[in-house]
Design a protein around this ligand. Structure first.
Ligand code: NAP
Length: 425
């Protein structure tokens, strides 16, 4: 019996495009036997002629794929906002199903593109855009009954690699260089180390989980550059590991979303996620943790999952499935984010310094949990580390500005995870 044929076109033959073509070659025969469907890679496109894969039909013009009436699925692997967004939109308008790994486009235009897809009875899939190797999007959508109210994620391999190495005593610059040498960091690492990559991913999964629309621009985002080796060592002494965490939680219709360095209790399951590994912790009726690698191969595998799913769904009447939703929540401002805090100051090594500091914090109704002088004296100044009880970020900011006036030098401030996870004892 002749197999039903499904034709796909891939635009963008960079790192992920090539990995996807590879994976496609490996899986197509199996899929034919399992599903009775023959998937044909009809065209590939890249703006750079040198990327041509000689065994495959190639064009420099992506529109040739979009205008090809025989192609059923358009796979966008170009990246960036434009022209990727326009290509995806046109492909949907021209009746193609679309698969993309593009977190930037899905963060900014995901719900708009989904509406177009639904109106034209086409499928839009983007499993590879966030934690493809962990199947995060699939997990969130298939566990609606879990009523997940909080997401915690280590969503960026570059920063997790650097922090892991710093935790073992390496300084930031050496750790970054090593990550670059091993291919875990870009030559220009700014997008990753600033937390923006994680913020785009957080925006997508938060929108899907809470059936709403939040973009990365609405997420409070702070990267890892201001974490010093000293902070890592002090956090360690206090029983914490510093991680760049993507956090979103919904409470009383207030949506909190941030990407920032956070002190995690060492017993927390996420604190042992090291190097380039990503992980996500979904807290709901059950607490679910997923972990996995990012980058090339796992991302290509997620694209293949999308291709397989759409090919199967094409054999049945169209099903309206939406990832995004219309729920509206008030987004908590940075000043109103509530947490316990780690504060580091440098005070003159003389009697009364600690008393002075704690007095200022008390005047802002900040309760101190621990106050210790640790580390070595430098030019008469000693580091003083304070951990607070739960308070608002706004209060901390006000207290810090008062403290600076009192000639105590401010060092750093980080949130302490206020979670009560009984994961590991
Ligand atoms: N890399 C990862 O680990 C990873 C993981 C998950 C998701 N993703 C996502 O996957 C997508 C692709 O990432 P990548 O790492 O494969 O990027 P990449 O290596 O830069 O590949 C993109 C390819 O598209 C080509 N291109 C750019 N503009 C084009 C245009 N107008 N028409 C045709 N081709 C064009 C680029 O050519 P030039 O090089 O000449 O510009 C390049 O060959 C991005 O959305 C990214 O966010 C990547």
């Amino acid at each position: 019996m002749e197999c039903r044929k499904i034709r796909i076109g891939i635009a963008g033959l960079g790192k992920i495009g090539c990995a996807a073509v590879n994976e496609f070659d490996k899986q197509k025969e199996n899929f034919k036997m399992e599903a009775g469907l023959e998937i044909i890679l009809k065209k590939t496109a890249d703006k750079d002629m040198e990327r041509e894969i000689y065994s495959l039909p190639f064009t420099k013009n992506v529109e040739e794929i979009i205008d090809d009436g025989e192609i059923d699925i358009f796979v966008e692997l170009i990246g960036g906002y434009s022209p990727a967004y326009e290509h995806i939109k046109n492909a949907l308008l021209k009746g193609k199903h679309v698969i993309t790994a593009n977190k930037a486009v899905i963060d900014r235009y995901g719900s708009e593109l989904e509406i177009i897809a639904l109106e034209h009875e086409r499928y839009l899939r983007f499993s590879a855009s966030v934690g493809g190797g962990m199947g995060v999007i699939d997990k969130i959508t298939s566990s609606e009954g879990n009523n997940t109210k909080e997401i915690l994620g280590i969503l960026n391999g570059t920063t997790n690699y650097i922090l892991t190495r710093m935790n073992k005593g390496m300084d930031y610059n050496t750790a970054l260089l090593e990550a670059q040498e091993k291919g875990f960091a870009e030559a220009n690492p700014e997008f990753d180390v600033s937390g923006k990559d994680a913020a785009q991913k957080l925006a997508i999964i938060t929108s899907i989980n809470f059936k709403t629309k939040i973009s990365s621009e609405e997420i409070y985002c702070e990267g890892i550059k201001k974490i010093s080796s000293e902070d890592i060592a002090f956090a360690k002494q206090l029983g914490y590991t510093i991680k760049l965490l993507a956090i979103s939680r919904l409470k009383d219709n207030l949506l909190e979303a941030s990407v920032q360095p956070v002190l995690l209790p060492k017993r927390h399951a996420l604190s042992s996620i090291n190097y380039e590994t990503n992980a996500i912790y979904l807290k709901g009726n059950a607490n679910i943790m997923l972990s996995g690698e990012g980058a090339g191969k796992p991302t290509a595998a997620a694209i293949m999952t999308d291709i397989r799913q759409i090919s199967r769904m094409m054999q049945n009447p169209y099903q309206k499935i939406s990832f995004f939703g219309t729920n509206k929540f008030e987004i908590v401002e940075k000043e109103n984010l509530e947490s316990r805090f780690y504060l580091k100051f440098y005070g003159l090594d003389k009697p009364g310094t600690l008393h002075n500091l704690t007095g200022i914090l008390a005047s802002h109704n900040i309760n101190i949990s621990q106050a210790i002088q640790i580390g070595e004296e430098r030019e008469n100044f000693v580091p003083v580390v304070i951990t607070t009880d739960k308070t608002k970020y706004g209060e901390i900011i006000k207290a810090i500005s008062n403290i600076s006036r009192e000639k105590l030098r401010f060092g750093s401030v980080f949130m302490i995870s206020n979670c009560d996870y009984p994961d590991k004892e």
